[in-house]
Design a protein around this ligand. Sequence first.
Ligand SMILES: [Zn+2]
Length: 433
Amino acid sequence: MKPRTKLQRKIIELSSRLPMFGLDVDKWAKEKVVSHNGYRTKKFIYCTECGQYFDNTGVKDGRKEECPHCGTQLVITTSKKRTDKEERYFCLVDKFDEYQVFRYVYICRTNNHGKPVHYFIDEVMQKWMSLDGAVTIVAKSRLMCSSYSFDGWSHGSDMEIREQGNYYHSFGYSVCVYLTYPKQKWMAEYKKFGVNKQIKDVDPYWLLRTVKYNPSAETLLKARQYSLLAYMANGNRNFIETNWPTIKICMRNKYIVKDASMYADYIRLLDRYHKDLRNAHYVCPKDLNAAHDIYVEKRKKEQEREEKKRNEQRLLRQKKAEKEFEKLKSKFFDLNLSDGKIVIVVLKTLEDFKEEGDAMKHCVFTNEYFKKKDSLILSARIGDKRIETIELNLKTLQVVQSRGVCNQNTEYHDRIISLVNKNINLIRRKLTA
Ligand SMILES: [Zn+2]
């Protein structure tokens, strides 16, 4: 939108004078912000940087190996992949006039088989913060219906003043910052909060605002608990707040949480098994990976036991249903109606119902027709082939439905119904016997 206020006009003017970031930023982003993968098959490793192959050196998955063609340090993974695409955002912290500026840059790295890598780097948004903390957003425009896509920018559009919409799904003008360029220009009054750090997965703008107003965030920052801080930044503030006493114990023991999402998972498991969440023995494990695995295994076994119990209970319920069914319907079990070609028999067990339902692709078993007291379920067959399944109402002695495979009628439909109707007296006699 067009700048309306004096402040907006000033910021648009400043933004147009803000220098483009230099080649050093470009080089750093290509190196550090995206991954450089080497995909390995039995014989070769495919380099996604230059698009060439080299011999499999036997290096382990997850380790680095230098491509002999282009010299790139590749992270090796066993995979048949021959293309690559990765999108990320990074942030530059800048100072211009009397404003603190946060500049957000989109980077997309793509590789198509056999070709050298392609980078697309585009600055999409700036947040201009004045000394009183007010923020003005200058950004490119958003594509329609793009609120859930990672990119979603109209890259050819102009940087203009943008305001957040009022709708629930409106774009919030915040992006997932993966890294912040290490050379950061902070205003002196913000530096004192200790925000001039390079913390992975943390938007420095979020960091500044949160540290200013939230003492827990400030404490985490000072204690260098960067992973917990990033976890907080990405929608898990609740976990940090609920488990603050535990986190305080970590800090007292100088225990740095390196992988906060795994740590949170581990703490939730400890809690589930009523372990003392204020005991450093539990909450500061030397080997988080191993400790986490022990409890995951414990939980898995518990889930298996629960599943077994559920299965047993289901079986018991089924047996009960079968007994009940037998009690009510066994007097019809010897029913055998035939017109010389079509034979109609009664479904006698739950297994019969299951087979009929599976073969005919309908719901006679899953909807538990065997539980219907007033229904008799019969199967019409020619030789071994099932033709239709019949539901007879035992109160009215009328055929409620007769259906073939996938609930379709067959050419024998009328013949089947008339065969049942012809024998209705026989069924009535069994009913009252
Ligand atoms: Zn290469």
